[in-house]
Design a protein around this ligand. Structure first.
Ligand code: AVI
Length: 506
């Protein structure tokens, strides 16, 4: 919220908030690299300019998101199911919420969360006329911190956190992670998240979106100065600044700047800020994301190893196991080859419980080789996902496995599965080397047929060899991450097959 909006909002802590924001702005302008938070874009004029930006031909995110929503709404509705409570983080205009609510199956509630209460109330009134059966309960809160959710007369079946508009891109990657934590907590158990994220694309396309030919983005950026002048009695001269938006490829983000065109000073509160010619204020980052970006993998691996008090080395592969510890899951062949396996330059993290002798085996390995083996005896869903996300390889040497879900989670996390070629494992994991024999680079993991310690050992060795070639490894990870094993996909294939058989039968 802008400072002017804060002044308008009749908050008890208004003065305190004003002081805090003023201090934050001054500190930003006194920093070595001057910066101002992008929240100061949005005074009355800034919000109007932003609406204009959303309709510019060069600004692709708004229309792209709109068309994705139009296309995907039936699928979203079927995945979310009936009776959901939509919790919108940072509810701006309610156009998007209206579209979502109209497409969902009898939603129970709508909870827009925004720091400016006044605007929220107006919107709630507008929406309640359109959705008379919906419980609309705005929450006035800073959504970057946990907040209390209201109760509703009809208990929602699940919470759906809604954060459209690629606004997540305006947070640093660390803060975006923290925000996702808040969303996770507010979604509660069984909840869901629908988020708009702008993807990396050709730099020229991105640059044009933030340097439009009509100069609307420039006006939007420069308007920050007028906003600060009004709010803080500053004396910025917008004519002594120009707009610049550069795309930083390595950080995959747009950096919006206000560049001083002459050396001059600005007074703000009782401070004087000096500007050299060409010195700039960063007003916004707009981070772009990519499904191909595996940068988070290293963080996950570090976090996981740290959790087990094991040291991190990105060159040493980490193998994860999440399983019942019984022979059917392949613990028998693991035990057969355990000495050779422990001699490999590999770390292991194992979660599960089962037969006493397998539990005892892993306890003793962790005790003897604490740097090599981490063990959790029992079940813990969060830790299971952490293992699937943070390991480099995921081992499932089951004797038989009708379906198997963990290998599918692993594929999505960019964790390469090593599996016994059986049942659902054979259907979902395709051996890299086997396919390479046919010059096909579309393998997603490693598999073996013979249920023996030797076959297991040989396959892990193959995986470790491939791991050393980073490009090949990344290709295997990408192949797996791009696989779609959702029900939607299977259902569509089933429908296609049904149609085909119908036409064949005449
Ligand atoms: C609000 N946010 C997602 C916009 C963006 O693209 O980062 C803000 C914006 N800045 C310049 N143009 C639009």
């Amino acid at each position: 919220m802008s400072i002017l909006a804060a002044k308008r909002a009749n908050l008890a802590s208004q003065d305190e908030m004003f002081e805090q924001e003023q201090a934050e702005i001054i500190a930003g302008l006194q920093a070595r690299q001057k910066w101002v938070s992008p929240k100061y874009f949005y005074d009355q004029r800034g919000s109007e300019l932003f609406d204009e930006i959303c309709n510019l031909p060069e600004y692709y995110p708004t229309r792209t998101e709109r068309s994705i929503m139009e296309q995907a709404l039936p699928e979203i509705a079927s995945r979310v199911g009936p009776g959901a409570a939509v919790i919108e983080f940072g509810a701006g205009s309610n156009v998007k919420a209206r579209q979502l609510l109209a497409g969902l199956d009898s939603p129970a509630a709508y909870v827009p969360v925004e720091i400016s209460g006044e605007y929220l109330q107006e919107q709630a009134v507008e929406l309640s006329a359109e959705f008379p059966d919906l419980s609309i309960k705005p929450v006035v809160a800073d959504f970057t911190k946990p907040f209390d959710l209201p109760r509703h007369a009809r208990m929602p079946v699940r919470n759906l956190v809604f954060f459209p508009g690629s606004t997540i891109g305006n947070f640093s990657r660390t803060d975006a992670g923290k925000l996702l934590e808040v969303m996770k907590a507010e979604a509660r158990r069984g909840g869901a998240l629908l988020i708009g994220v702008d993807l990396v694309k050709e730099p020229d396309v991105i640059r044009a979106a933030y340097n439009d030919s009509r100069g609307v983005t420039a006006a939007f950026n420069l308007n920050v100065l007028s906003h600060l002048n009004k709010a803080l009695d500053a004396d910025f001269r917008p004519d002594l600044f120009r707009h610049e938006a550069v795309y930083d490829r390595s950080h995959r983000r747009i950096e919006m700047r206000l560049v001083a065109t002459a050396t001059h000073t600005v007074s703000i509160a009782d401070q004087v800020i000096e500007f050299d010619r060409d010195e700039f204020i960063i007003t916004e980052y707009s981070h772009k994301y990519s499904v191909d970006d595996l940068g988070g993998k290293i963080k996950n691996k570090k976090f996981l190893l740290d959790h087990f008090n094991m040291s991190f080395n990105n060159d040493v592969p980490l193998v994860g196991i999440v399983s019942r510890m019984v022979a059917q899951k392949g613990f028998d062949i693991f035990a057969q080859a355990v000495n050779e396996l422990m001699n490999l330059n590999v770390k292991w993290i194992v979660l599960g419980s089962g037969d006493d002798h397998y539990e005892a085996l892993f306890r003793s390995l962790a005790h003897k080789l604490p740097e090599k083996v981490g063990v959790y005896i029992g079940y813990n869903n969060e830790l299971a996902h952490l293992i699937e996300a943070g390991s480099d390889m995921f081992l499932m040497p089951s004797l038989y496995e009708p379906c198997g879900l963990n290998q599918i989670y692993s594929l999505k996390y960019g964790t390469v599965p090593i599996v016994k070629k059986t049942g659902g494992l054979a259907d979902t994991v395709h051996d890299w080397d086997e396919l390479m024999n046919f010059k096909l680079q579309n393998g997603t993991g490693f598999s073996f047929e013979h249920h023996s310690g030797q076959a297991l050992l040989h396959t892990i060795r193959r995986a470790v060899n491939r791991f050393e070639d980073k490009d090949t490894w990344e290709k295997i990870q990408q192949n797996g991450m791009n696989k779609n094993y959702s029900w939607q996909h299977s259902a569509e294939q089933y429908v296609e097959l049904y149609k085909l058989t119908k036409t064949k039968r005449g």
